[in-house]
Design a protein around this ligand. Structure first.
Ligand code: NCD
Ligand code: ZN
Ligand code: ZN
Ligand code: ZN
Length: 357
């Protein structure tokens, strides 16, 4: 039995494609292949490269090396730091959001100095999004700064019930705030750490069953699903005393969400809102791209098993390896072109994209 439905191309506003600097983990080609294989026609890449994207030239270089090699469309975020402020005006037409790291994670962009944070929030354009990695208590600080400077605030990878409460409250007060959750925080808990070990070391970490249930119960507070695709090699995860933070997610988010739709945990319409409509709206991605020319087809009835060996990401593994799911991507059409069909990818036909273009 099969039930094919056509959906608009998915958008992932939070991926780490690792180029330049860490091409052994992922590069623009393999990362955007993984995007296409996950039903994403557009992804936005984070600035936490070893040489962080905090100046105009580094951003332009990233754009240049991506051109002609990408399978999905690809846009970029800029990194927040004190020295980056002088480039904020220059990158307005190139970068989608400003990413500020307020807790320790992969990369050199952590900012803990209150004065610096204040200057950064104050200087970024009020029409453009500030994205924060801010967990728990730190989120309170981010919300206060965004209130003070009237920023559009987007909270990355929400994982705690208390964060949901804070965001709910801020929304009620009329604040311009949105948030995302990643599938590892929806489908795994601390209980899975025993089984999966280093493969589920990430920031924010996996949370309790209680937190995960709380997020599901408050799904209406969420604005979008983002993969936080953060690939590291099998070797790095397995054979290290201190494995790096992060898990790949581009190819498993849609299947996990389709499976949840089949389990009636949310409606298909709500899934599309979370994975396409809302991210497009927040980052002003042209809606002309949606519909006729760019879309995906999924088979809601298809039962299959997620397997490491079928993945396109260079990482080559997923914490969801071996999981049985119902619902599978069939086709991806990008600007009228067939770019994915039953596990075959055609291209590269992706484009580097810019805000409001
Ligand atoms: C991300 C990475 O590896 O780039 N890691 C992670 O655990 N999520 C960085 C981040 O999003 O915090
Ligand atoms: Zn983060
Ligand atoms: Zn991330
Ligand atoms: Zn085919």
């Amino acid at each position: 039995m099969s039930r094919i439905v056509k959906l608009s191309g998915l958008v992932d506003v939070h991926v780490h494609l690792r180029e330049p600097g860490l091409e052994h983990k992922e590069d623009f080609s393999t990362g955007t292949k993984a995007a296409i294989a996950g039903g994403y026609t557009t992804v936005l890449d984070m600035p936490n490269n070893p040489r962080p994207v905090i100046d105009l030239n580094t951003l332009l270089e990233k754009i240049e090396i991506a051109e002609g090699r990408i399978y999905s469309d690809l846009g970029f975020h800029f990194g927040g730091s004190k020295s980056a402020i002088q480039f904020f005006k220059d990158v307005e037409t190139q970068a989608f959001g400003l990413k500020i790291y307020m807790n320790q994670t992969t990369g050199p962009l952590l900012i803990e100095n209150d004065q610096e944070l204040d200057e950064i929030f104050s200087a970024w354009s009020k029409d453009k999004v500030v994205m924060v990695h801010a967990e728990g208590e730190t989120l309170t600080k981010a919300i206060n700064l965004a209130k003070k400077h009237k920023n559009k605030l987007h909270v990355c990878h929400v994982s705690l019930g208390s964060e949901i409460d804070q965001i709910k409250k801020a929304k009620k007060e009329g604040m311009d705030i949105t948030c995302e959750v990643s599938c590892h925080h929806l489908f795994l808990t601390t209980e899975d750490t025993k089984r999966l070990g280093a493969f589920v070391i990430m920031t924010p970490p996996l949370r309790s069953k209680k937190d995960v249930e709380y997020i599901w119960k408050n799904l209406d507070v969420l604005d979008m699903i983002a993969s936080d695709h953060a690939p590291h090699t099998l070797e790095e995860k397995k054979n290290s005393q201190k494995p790096p933070f992060g898990v790949p997610g581009l190819e498993t988010s849609l299947p996990l969400m389709l499976n949840a739709v089949n389990e009636k945990r949310l409606s298909l319409e709500r899934m599309v809102e979370l994975m396409s409509t809302n991210p497009r709206k927040l980052f002003g991605l042209s809606s002309s791209e949606v519909g006729e020319q760019t879309y995906i087809e999924v088979d809601l009835e298809k039962e299959w098993t997620i397997k490491n060996e079928d993945l396109f990401t260079k990482a080559g593994w997923s914490p969801f390896d071996g999981m049985k799911v119902k619902g599978r991507l069939k086709k991806v059409i990008l600007r009228g072109r067939l770019v994915y069909h039953d596990e075959h990818i055609f291209g590269p036909f992706g484009q580097v994209i810019f805000p409001n273009s």
